[in-house]
Design a protein around this ligand. Structure first.
Ligand code: NAP
Length: 259
């Protein structure tokens, strides 16, 4: 499905990219369903969207809580038929480059939010959207989905899993008229990027990233990835023998500070 979308659900709408997308979709005759955990920041984004003329329903829900999220999503969809669903909520972490590996709990939490949380967001609405033969589902993955980076195993695993999950859904859902967009962005400014100690090649602003992603979603793109030098670099590292990819990426040292 292509724009204009009238009923838009966004997870992780209280900050960064999710907030920017919420505000860019806010317009009269648009209904927004916004999910995050921080009630204060969520309320501020909801208020900005209402000022732009949108009706807004927001809820503080942890996307890792599947039953709570499914209950909210299905009740919202009963009231307003969702035609754009954006699974954006995400967290990041990473060990200090001098520390080998990552504690199990840290890896599992990232997979629980970034991958399982996105599954909790998408799965309850798939049968409904398919039955209506209408809608677009968007998974915000990352350029890290193309090739594991050495100092963020849990994050890369969660994003590679999300990319694979959404791409696996796409051909099947296309048969019932529902589109799937996988988004693999490089670095953009946001509170998540503020916690990144290390190089951020080709960093763009959060607003520019949101505009670019919105343009792609609105034309029903199957995949949105940028910037192209980073996309090519990551895909190159995946295509060449592993030892070469490892050697190139080994020196890309960074540390993601905890939130
Ligand atoms: N920043 C980058 O350079 C970059 C690059 C590639 C991909 N991405 C991806 O883009 C997405 C947005 O990232 P961002 O940079 O905008 O980060 P951000 O500013 O930290 O925003 C993350 C959002 O996710 C929400 N969230 C986190 N955990 C949640 C949970 N368990 N349940 C519900 N909501 C939760 C946060 O809400 P609360 O704070 O209210 O919990 C917040 O609204 C993420 O999926 C990220 O992995 C970011």
């Amino acid at each position: 499905m292509r724009a204009p979308y009238r009923v838009v659900v966004i997870t992780g709408a209280s900050s960064g990219l999710g907030a920017a997308l919420a505000i860019s979709y806010a317009a009269p005759e648009t209904v927004l369903g916004l999910i995050g955990r921080n009630e204060e920041r969520l309320a501020a984004v909801a208020s900005a969207c209402r000022s732009a003329g949108a009706s807004v329903d927001s809820a503080a829900i942890d996307v890792a809580d599947g039953p709570a999220l499914a209950a909210w999503l299905t009740a919202f969809d009963d009231a307003h038929k969702v035609d754009l669903l954006i699974a954006n909520a995400g967290i990041s972490a990473g060990p200090d480059p001098e520390t080998p590996g990552e504690p199990v709990a840290v890896t599992l939490r990232q997979i629980g939010v970034n991958l399982i949380g996105a599954v909790h967001t998408i799965a309850p609405l798939v049968p409904r959207m398919c039955e209506r033969r209408l809608g677009q589902i968007v998974a915000i993955a990352s350029i890290a989905a193309y090739r594991g980076l050495p100092y963020s195993p849990g994050y890369c695993a969660s994003k590679a899993g999300l990319r694979a999950y959404a791409e696996a859904l796409r051909p099947n859902l296309a048969r019932c008229g529902v589109g799937v967009t996988v988004v693999c962005p490089g670095f953009f400014s946001s509170p998540m990027t503020d916690r990144w100690d290390g190089p951020t090649p080709f960093l763009t602003s959060g607003e520019r990233a949101a505009q670019r992603i919105k343009r792609g979603i609105d034309r029903g793109a199957a995949r949105i990835d940028f910037p192209w030098p980073l996309v090519l670099g990551m895909r190159f590292c995946d295509l060449v023998p592993a030892i070469i990819g490892d050697r190139i990426l080994r020196d890309f040292r960074f540390h993601i500070r905890s939130a």
